[in-house]
Structure formats: structure tokens, C-alpha cells
Design a protein around this ligand. Sequence first.
Ligand SMILES: [Zn+2]
Length: 245
Amino acid sequence: MANPAATKEQIAKAEKNVESAINKYRQKEIKDALERMFHGKCAYCESQVTTTGYGDIEHFCPKRNPRCVNLTFEWSNLLLSCEKCNDAGHKGTQFPIDSNGNPLLIDPTDEETDINQHLDFSWDVVDGARVEGRDVRGKEVERIFDLNSDRGSRKELIKHRSARVKQILSLLKIAQQTANPDAIALLKEHCQPSAEYSAFALVHILPYLAHNFRDPEAIDLLREVSRRSTEYAAFALDRDLPSIS
Ligand SMILES: [Zn+2]
């Protein structure tokens, strides 16, 4: 029942509290949905957000950017990001464009964009697992998210990513030497979108699973990735894959 003695200020305050509770509820709903869509991984650095913090609702085109005011509540503009990738020292409100007005950053959900054309996912024992730009757009991604810095805020990312990639490459060695089915099954898990740093596994592991072990699921996945990425198909040699009956 309404309180007949309530002042205008009290009513306004109560309404504000209700509005704030609804917004909080909506934020949680959106965040939960994004966590499911992105498998709990940061859309930019591929780290599990739960290992680095709680993750942010990220607007690919920033809320305050005049060209994106209509996209504030558009799902297509929302991503899950770790706190580091999204902070003021990294993407923050940055949204660089080229001389034609097109975004330089790569939207991780845009299936039309061939990510392997712009970024190289390399590994070596000295430098570890690196994500390097192959062209202007890739270099901008590398610079803005500081993806290879072994100092400062990204030190943990480099350490964690390199340890994970080293681990899966060791697993590949075991699989090559023993053809152990458990090792092969684990390697396939690392190639799934839900796995941390699966972009590395797709480049360094999946072609072996398909070509050397002739694993049917790996062949299917390799074909799917090759369809989305001409750069990838070029080194995955899809034409050499065995046909599946
Ligand atoms: Zn991140």
C-alpha cells in the first residue's frame, strides 16, 4: 500500500532505487548471456575472464563514440572482454578508423573477416606464444591490446598464454610418439571455441590431427575453419585431406 505520508523526494528516491535495481538485473542478464556466447573467454585476448577477474560488458564501438550512439543496446556491438583489454590503458574508448572511415580494429564476432589474414599466432621457445599483426589492422590490434608485452599489465597474459601453448605442443609430441587416444581427445578439446587460446591450437595442432591422425572430427573442423579463412586454408592444405565416407 502506498505511504500517504511520503514526500515527493521520498517517492523520487524510491523510483530511482527501483530503476537502479532493474538496470543491475539487466546488466547481470546481459553479462550472463555474453559469458555463454563467448564461452567465458575475453573476445580480444582469449583468456578466461574468470581467471583474470569478472569480465566486462564491452561495446566494440564505444558508447560515447558519435558514430555508435544507436548501437549502445545492440547485441551485435556487445562482447565479453577481460578487464585489462577493456581498461583505459588498452582499448578503453579507442576506436581507430582508416582514411575511408572503416574501423581498424577487428570485430572478433565478424565471420566475414579472415582473422588469420591480419594476425599471426606464432610460437617459439625463446619468445613464447605471440600474436603479431600481419598488416595495418593486425598491427593496430597488437598495439592497442599490447598483446606481446612481457612487462607491465600484460605480463600475466604472456606468461599464462605461453605456458598453455607449450603444454598443448608437448601433448602433441606425446600423441605423435604414441598415438595415445586420450592425448588426441585432449588435443581436440584445445581446438574447440571454448578452449583458452584456441586460435593457437587451430594453427599449430588441428592440421596434425586432421592430416597425421586422420581424425574425422578434426577433418570436419579443419574444413570448417578453412572455409572461413583463405589464409588458413593455404597452409592447412585442405585439398590433401582424406575424404570421409
Ligand atoms: Zn582480454
